[in-house]
Design a protein around this ligand. Structure first.
Ligand SMILES: [Zn+2]
Length: 144
């Protein structure tokens, strides 16, 4: 498989997988086989915080959910860790699996983002690294 354009690298390994070309990207979470609690991101040591058992296994999370909260950020955050465009949006997303996570949000017009919107997972460019590679990350975008 070859792609035209700059090399793409994930912001961090292990956040998502490309399950199949048909299903598209899916976030990787941890699910407790004892109590059913779901976590994102994964808990690498495999311990469930809810029931205190070493019974977590990785699962592919639902790519669909609902925006629970939306925040627009109009100034780059302090600390120099964020290299993407400003303004940007982030918020909380309730996946249909029952897990709530924090994610960057995407829309052509950020002002149209609202809590309550149905949203789906997309993998989008965030910025370029110092070697000219395109850094990509997961975001949620409203479903039309
Ligand atoms: Zn548990």
């Amino acid at each position: 498989m070859s792609e035209i354009g700059p090399e793409k690298i994930p912001l961090r390994e292990g956040f998502w997988a490309s399950a199949t070309p048909e299903s598209g990207p899916r976030l990787i979470g941890s699910r407790c086989t004892n109590c059913g609690e779901i976590y994102f991101p994964t808990k690498p040591k495999g311990w469930c915080v809810h029931c205190q058992q070493p019974t977590l296994e990785n699962m592919l999370l639902s790519p669909r959910g609902r925006l629970a909260a939306v925040t627009l950020v109009r100034q780059p955050p302090a600390g120099g860790f964020y290299h993407g465009p400003v303004p940007y949006a982030y918020g909380m997303v309730d996946l249909s699996d029952g897990v709530r996570l924090v994610s960057q949000l995407y829309a052509e017009d950020l002002e149209t983002l609202q809590a309550g919107q149905e949203a789906e997972l997309v993998i989008r460019p965030l910025c370029e690294d110092e070697q000219g590679r395109q850094v990509i990350t997961f975001m949620f975008t409203p479903v039309a």
